[in-house]
Design a protein around this ligand. Sequence first.
Ligand code: TXA
Ligand code: MG
Length: 350
Amino acid sequence: MITSRWNVENVDNLREHPSIQEAAMWMREGEVIAFPTETVYGLGANACSNEAIEKIFEAKGRPSDNPLIVHIANQDQLKQAASSWSHTAERLMDAFWPGPLTIILPKNKSIAERTTAGLESVGVRMPDHPVALALIEAAGVPIAAPSANRSGKPSPTKGDHVDKDLNGRIKGIIDAGTTGVGLESTVVEVTDDQVTILRPGGITKAQLESVVENVSWDHALFEKEQVPKSPGMKYTHYAPDAPLFLIEGSNDFFQSVIDRFRSEGKRVGILVSDELASHLSTDVLKTLGTSTRVEGIAQRLYDQLRAFDETEVDVILAEMYPIDGLGEALMNRLLKAAGNQVISEHKERD
Ligand code: TXA
Ligand code: MG
């Protein structure tokens, strides 16, 4: 398949733009189109068609028990996607849509079975990106979209990332430059007045608590024995080719771990903030910006993880960040990318 590439960065009147019109036409025809959202690039198809959704799973190489998020652009499409929603869910929509919050709701029967992997619930979100909103509105149907990466790879934050993973496997890529948040949406389940976070993301726990009193984490996020409620959380994810370890401890300890790997003949890559970079020496250095701005670190994470695949490194060592604010999602993704492998100064001393 030849993959079209449309660049719509900085264009006005997106809704009428020929590229958006063409991409929306392909989606109505049951084809798969990659498009930017404010979090990461999505791989979209008509959420009401099993055949169209099948093409997403094929292109990604994704396990089919993993349900997709349905993206909407307006209230009409919400009614097409979900059969009902509580007062609490409505308060969350009012506060955070359009934005990086996915709400699990009872599914409308028009949503294809393959979209929700057979579940009676559906994850819905309204993305905060003019291109995504114009495209979904022009398509005229709810659009199911996982992140537009090959399964297991870091999510794409640039059109080039999508191109690298999926060129030849999908009908088209709409490129509008680098995405803003850089990490995926927060996924929540809502029961009565209780909100449970199934996946941390672009909307923080504190932000949710500013709207709803009772907000808690899905316990499975922290306890490995539990089966997570969000099926996607159990897979290895976001991983670069080389093994990744997170380093917990002082600057000197970090350097000693680098030196230990190098003494074994390994080429060592490090993924750190600007501040830590100035204290360390190694083979390949990738920085994520200042550690005083977690938003900047989050925005660059996937791009830099992917950049290691273009280098010759045998192992990657990464800095850890406080689990606070957007740091909740940042550390969740780093731990997953590392398969939970942490090298800790305190543990080594015991
Ligand atoms: O920011 C995002 O959310 C991006 C952009 C493209 O919108 N999308 C994304 O999709 O990250 P994906 O497919 O990579 O992740 C969807 C997550 C998975 O963890 C999945 O298990 C969960 O949402 N999910 C979807 N529907 C669900 C449902 N009905 N019940 C529980 N979890 C669900
Ligand atoms: Mg994904």
